[in-house]
Design a protein. Structure first.
Length: 561
């Protein structure tokens, strides 16, 4: 029984459909396997299983144990991507390779001729092969080879904000550089990266993605160092920055459309001894603002926050390190109270998301449009609610306090380790204790923890010892979980993030402590006695609910240890 008969029997493929695929294969030289799959005539995994049985070729999942990295060095990326195969390892006199279409014997012959050795093919899915090429040859490996030799055609990015750099235009940049950077950005979006870092060293240019708050190195070929200057020039053209300036930091931005979505790329360039270091924040425009219910608050915390943001005046502060989700919490709060009866103004650096119905402004230090100056101007527009992106200095702090005391609700952020530290930070800035106690109504401290991947979630067999080590005062009332690691979570065991919070509602007792300039730990003790749940305790609640792990909570709350 031939292959066509097997497929018609097993998958209701008609003789006409089979013949049409054969005719197209002969006419266009397209892969017969890909034609059957792309026309949705046979599912890929089922077709590969049939081919494995019919041709007596093993069907495999490519794992690191299957690959000999020394073999990869001798086979160029351009050759591998052209023929869509993955070299695995030498077996005797032959080379084992993973292919998706074993029916194309001409391709197998050409591979064998290039390697000057016979090949032993095994079957693998196209995704497995492409992922292996990306992981072992690096993102954009074939493009870098083209950059070293002949130019490749670029994959276009659609610019939504104009680039009018008079010194250097896109046509002056090697098209292969454009294609390579597009591949880097597209891969970043696919991996849900929030930042892309280009970091030059003496003999290397390292590229890293930040995914769920953790940095991961991007596999790229070692030859990338040769194109460091061209990559920096291309990014400067995108952001309309000064191409010739390599001694001073530069900041810019560009809006691009990739894969049908609009992204705001915030670009920052710094000089280093080995070239320019480039950091790019990737912000999707289409991401909806999270509601209060989606922040990760427990029921008591949600009730407290809703009650405080409904007040007509006072200061609400959100504290935490960079990247802890403070802006998201502020946006969710503003969105909750946004209505036609309220005028809401914000001053931010930068504006991360556009909020409908809210007037947003961005600071411009070059023209002295700072948080403090903007705050003064905002008061002339008769606002009900104001958000100041960050209180960085005593002038901004004093203006925010006095604004709250004159009948306005003010939201802002501070960089402190915990909620109680927000009070002492204001006092350190020179704000009088009676002004702090009279104006501040709520302080929130938060951290982001990675969530266990739902695809590979499994119970931890020996939970008791972990709990005794890190949470000796907590009773273990439920099984604990962790992520085993799978393709869905990039084998990290985590996918996505949620927040943990501690919230100090400023009571009369705490106001008395503020007036007496009591230290942070005294204020925190009083808040805990009044029902505040500390960050690590909030993390414990998510641990026993199976949302995150002990390791993750300990990682983000180390200062509480």
């Amino acid at each position: 029984m031939n292959l066509g008969q097997i497929l018609t029997q097993r998958f209701n493929l008609t003789a006409d459909q089979w013949q049409a695929c054969l005719d197209e294969h002969k006419r266009s030289q397209a892969s017969l396997v890909r034609l059957l799959i792309n026309k949705n005539l046979v599912p890929e995994q089922n077709l590969l299983q049939v081919l494995s049985e019919h041709l007596n070729i093993p069907l495999v999942r490519i794992t690191p144990e299957d690959i000999d990295t020394s073999l990869i060095k001798d086979i160029p990326a351009k050759f591998v991507t052209h023929y869509n195969f993955m070299p695995l390892k030498a077996v005797g006199a032959s080379v084992r390779i993973a292919v998706n279409d074993p029916l194309d014997v001409l391709v197998l012959d050409e591979i064998s001729q290039f390697l000057k050795r016979p090949v032993a093919a095994v079957l693998a899915s196209e995704k497995d092969i492409l992922d292996a090429i990306k992981n072992y040859y690096g993102v954009g490996a074939e493009t870098l080879e083209a950059m070293a030799g002949e130019a490749a055609q670029p994959q276009e990015l659609e610019f939504l904000t104009g680039s009018d750099n008079a010194d250097l235009k896109d046509e002056d940049i090697d098209p292969s550089v454009i294609k390579f950077l597009n591949q880097i950005f597209q891969e970043a979006i696919k991996q849900r990266a929030t930042d892309v870092h280009f970091e030059p060293f003496e003999n290397d240019l390292r590229i890293r993605y930040r995914i769920d708050g953790i940095l991961y190195e991007v596999p790229v070929p070692p030859t990338i160092k040769r194109f460091q200057s061209s990559i920096a020039s291309r990014i400067k053209v995108m952001a309309n920055l000064d191409i010739a300036e390599k001694r001073r930091p530069q900041d810019g931005r560009v809006d691009v459309r990739m894969e049908g979505e609009v992204y705001d790329l915030r670009i920052s360039i710094m000089p280093t001894p080995f070239g320019e270091s480039i950091g790019i924040r990737v912000l999707p425009r289409s991401s909806p603002v999270i509601g209060l219910e989606g922040l990760g608050l427990d029921s008591d915390g949600l009730v407290s926050l809703e009650r405080m943001i409904a007040k007509p005046y006072g200061i609400i502060l959100v504290t935490g390190p960079t990247g802890s989700g403070k802006t998201t919490t502020l946006y969710a709060s503003l969105n909750k109270i946004n209505s036609t009866e309220r005028k809401i103004l914000t001053i931010e650096d930068p504006i991360e998301y556009q909020l409908a119905g809210i007037t947003q402004m961005q600071v411009e230090p070059k023209i002295s449009f700072t948080f403090a100056n903007a705050l003064r101007s905002m008061l002339r527009h008769d606002p009900d609610v104001m958000m100041v992106g960050e209180i960085r200095d005593s002038e901004t702090a004093e203006l925010a306090v006095r604004t709250a005391l004159t009948g306005h609700l003010v939201f802002s952020t501070l960089h402190t380790n915990d909620a109680a530290g927000g009070i002492t930070r204001l006092l350190d800035m020179g704000i009088d204790p009676f002004l702090v106690s009279s104006s501040v109504i709520l302080i929130i401290a938060q951290r982001l923890v990675r969530m266990i991947c739902p695809q590979c979630r499994q119970k931890i067999p020996d939970s008791e010892s972990l709990v005794r080590q890190f949470f000796p005062d907590k009773p273990l009332t439920a099984a604990l979980y962790q992520g085993k690691g799978c393709e869905s979570c990039r084998f990290t065991g985590y996918k996505g993030r949620t927040a943990i919070f501690e919230m100090i509602v400023i009571s009369d007792e705490i106001r008395e402590l503020v007036l007496k300039k009591q230290p942070t730990h005294i204020i925190k003790q009083k808040a805990v006695s009044q029902g505040m749940r500390a960050l690590r305790d909030a993390g414990w609640e998510k641990i026993i609910r199976g949302v995150t792990t002990i390791d993750e909570v300990v990682r983000v709350t180390q200062e509480e240890a």
